[in-house]
Structures are given as structure tokens and as C-alpha cells.
Design a protein around this ligand. Structure first.
Ligand code: PMP
Length: 364
């Protein structure tokens, strides 16, 4: 052996493929591939970012104290039980890294977020895929997959890339039937798009239960994807273990300042939620009206819609045709979704435009 050899489980990782922002010929087109906020960023967050401490030679606050205080005040939490990450991606990796390793199993649903499998394999754990029921999370299937090697279960709610929502009773039933030694990670990257009532169950569980971690992000409704800030809430013991393997200084100074200001701008998040409610509903109806041409909309509560192609025009054909017409969507054959396109809810013009383009492609 002449060169360093990566661990065999690392070579089993299929690299994460991000949503594209340009076409092959470099044209800039409407980017409906990464579930970003079409209304941009809160003006208050932008002002805080612009006005943030510019001492570029200084490390950021390693403890993110002000950010944790602001999150705790907003959600009624204990700041000592909050962890933060370079995106919630990092928080998911920390959960896998602190609680699983070689010989252990990590469960997630088929058509789940791609990072779960990477996070499992990265630490040498075995990814276990639980089947869905018509694209939705199936609690019984997850419970059936549990063995005495299970250490972590990842459930996104709403789920990505399907957009499906699992009601609180089902999440409670999942938790009640999992062994207490299993960490249940409730990934709430899209939970701000839910109504407040639908959204509050995860953090409540994490407050009360010793084996629940909720992860959330500033990348979606808060419109701060560029700054890479996520966070998590769990028991002090779980958070303490995750901090031990967290990279020091993992959230930038300007990012922390912008995130704190974003938490104080309910007008922006309310407007973003309302925009999404309106145009997700409208777009879903448009897709459903193309049922005769083989299109199906998977019911979504997130800021995107999974469109299934069950007629003559394939998802791949539609993906390329949409690209030609100026809309980048997400085709996910690598995740077993060769028959679907995930389309983010954009601005009104973008949503109307992509709906008209789809109609032309499948009926044309
Ligand atoms: N969880 C889910 C379900 C997601 O879709 C995403 C973003 N694609 C993330 C977590 C991670 O987002 P971020 O790292 O930007 O917080």
C-alpha cells in the first residue's frame, strides 16, 4: 500500500449533489432547486449582517451566547441546551457522530434527506432505510426496522424531498415505541412553514424527553442560507456530548448577528409563510389539473412540491425541457426518485412561469 487508504465506509458514500444554479451553457435561470426563500432575507437581518463587527482577525463567539439567548427567548427554551452548527447539516452530523459508530445502525425513511445516509456512513454506522407509504413517512415501518443495534432515527417533518407531514400523534407514537436508548432526531428544517399549532410538538418533546433532538435552520424561512446557521435542542447530556465533537468557532460573527436580528422580524417570516401557503396551494392545483397528462402532486407542507411523472413524459425529459425554458428544478434519480421533480416555490412570476412551462411540456 503506497498511499493513505480511506476507511472503506467512506468510499461507500455517494457524494452529495447540490441543487444547480446555472444551466450547462452558463445561463442564469430561475433557481427552484434548493428550497431557498424567494422573498430574500429580512431587511433587519441584512442590516445586522452589514453592521456586524468587522474585526476579521477575531474569532467569532465560540459559545454563540447571544444567539442562544435569542433562540431561548423566542421559543421558551433553556439556552444551555442549545447547540449550533454550520447549517443544520453540521448538527445532524454531530448527532450521528456522538451517538453511533461502526456496528451501530441509523434509520431513516426512503426518500429522506440525503445527508442522513452520509452522516451514518461517515462514522462507520450502517444506514437502514425504512420504506415509505406512498411517499409519506411510515411510523410502523420505522419501528419495524429497529434492532438492538439502532442508535439514531432521523425523521424530517415536513420531509425533504417529499414535502410530506407526519402528524404529532404519529411522532408521539414513534417516540413512545422506540427504546429509550435510541436518539430520535426530529429535523425541522421546514417547520416554520407549518401553522404554529402543527409546529410546536417537536420542541415540546425535546424539552421533556431525554432522547429527542430537534434540529432547525436559518437557511429556509429566515433566508440566511449563505451564512450556514443551524441549531439543535435536546437534553443537556445529549447537547454536551455533541459539543465535544463540534468544530470550534463554527458559526461566523456576521452570521450570528444576522440570525439574532432575523429572529426579531416576525413580519418577514409571516409574509414568507403566507407567500408559501398561497403559491404552494396554487401550484399544487395546477399540477393536479394535469392529472390526465400523468402528473401527480405529493401533498406538501414545505416550501416545495414533489411532482411525479406517471404519464408519457418522463421526469428526466421534463427536467431538461424546464431547464431549456429557464427553470432549474431538482431531479433526484440518485435518491430513487427518477420519476419525480422537486420544485421549490419561487416568486409569483416564477411559480406562474414554471406551471405554464410544465403544462406546455406535458400537453404540448
Ligand atoms: N434538513 C433538511 C430536511 C433539509 O432539506 C436541509 C436543507 N437542504 C437541511 C436539513 C440542512 O439545511 P442547512 O444545513 O442549510 O441548515
Amino acid at each position: 500500500m503506497t498511499a493513505p487508504q480511506p476507511k472503506p465506509w467512506i468510499m461507500e458514500i455517494a457524494p452529495y449533489v447540490p441543487g444547480r444554479s446555472t444551466t450547462d451553457d452558463g445561463r442564469k435561470v430561475a433557481k427552484l432547486s434548493s428550497n431557498e426563500n424567494p422573498l430574500g432575507t429580512s431587511a433587519k437581518a441584512r442590516a445586522a449582517f452589514d453592521g456586524a463587527d468587522r474585526s476579521l482577525e477575531r474569532y467569532p463567539d465560540a459559545g454563540a451566547a447571544e444567539l442562544r439567548e435569542a433562540l431561548a427567548a423566542k421559543h421558551g427554551l433553556d439556552p444551555a441546551r442549545i447547540i449550533y452548527g454550520t447549517g443544520s447539516d453540521e448538527v445532524l452530523h454531530l448527532a450521528a457522530g456522538a451517538f453511533a459508530g461502526p456496528g451501530d445502525e441509523i434509520i431513516f425513511v426512503r426518500y429522506g434527506f440525503a445527508v442522513y445516509e452520509i452522516a451514518a456512513r461517515r462514522v462507520g454506522a450502517t444506514p437502514v432505510v425504512a420504506p415509505d407509504t406512498d411517499y409519506a413517512t411510515d411510523v410502523d415501518a420505522i419501528l419495524a426496522a429497529v434492532t438492538d443495534r439502532t442508535r439514531v432515527v432521523f425523521v424530517a417533518n415536513p420531509n425533504n424531498p417529499t414535502g410530506t407531514f407526519t402528524p404529532r400523534e404519529e411522532i408521539a407514537r414513534l417516540h413512545a415505541n422506540l427504546p429509550k436508548s435510541v436518539l430520535l432526531v426530529l429535523d425541522h428544517a421546514y417547520s416554520e412553514y407549518l401553522t404554529r399549532q402543527e409546529d410546536d410538538h417537536g420542541l415540546k418533546l425535546a424539552c421533556d424527553q431525554p432522547n429527542v433532538l430537534v434540529t432547525r435552520t436559518f437557511s429556509k424561512i429566515y433566508g440566511l442560507a449563505a451564512e450556514r446557521i443551524g441549531w439543535g435542542y435536546a437534553s443537556a447530556d445529549i447537547i454536551g456530548a455533541m459539543h465535544r465533537i463540534r468544530a470550534p468557532f463554527n458559526v461566523t460573527t456576521a452570521g450570528q448577528q444576522a440570525a439574532i436580528a432575523a429572529l426579531g422580524d416576525d413580519d418577514f417570516t409571516d409574509a414568507s409563510r403566507e407567500h408559501n401557503r398561497k403559491w404552494l396551494g396554487w401550484f399544487t392545483e395546477q399540477v393536479e389539473s394535469l392529472g390526465n397528462a400523468g402528473l401527480r402532486a405529493v401533498p406538501s407542507k414545505a416550501n416545495f412540491l414533489l411532482v411525479l411523472f406517471e404519464g408519457e413524459v418522463s421526469a428526466e425529459t421534463a427536467y431538461k425541457a424546464l431547464m431549456d425554458k429557464g427553470y432549474i428544478t431538482r431531479w433526484l434519480p440518485g435518491q430513487g426518485l427518477g420519476n419525480g421533480l422537486r420544485i421549490s416555490i419561487g416568486t409569483e412570476d416564477e411559480v406562474r412561469g414554471v406551471a405554464a412551462a410544465l403544462r406546455e411540456i406535458v400537453t404540448g
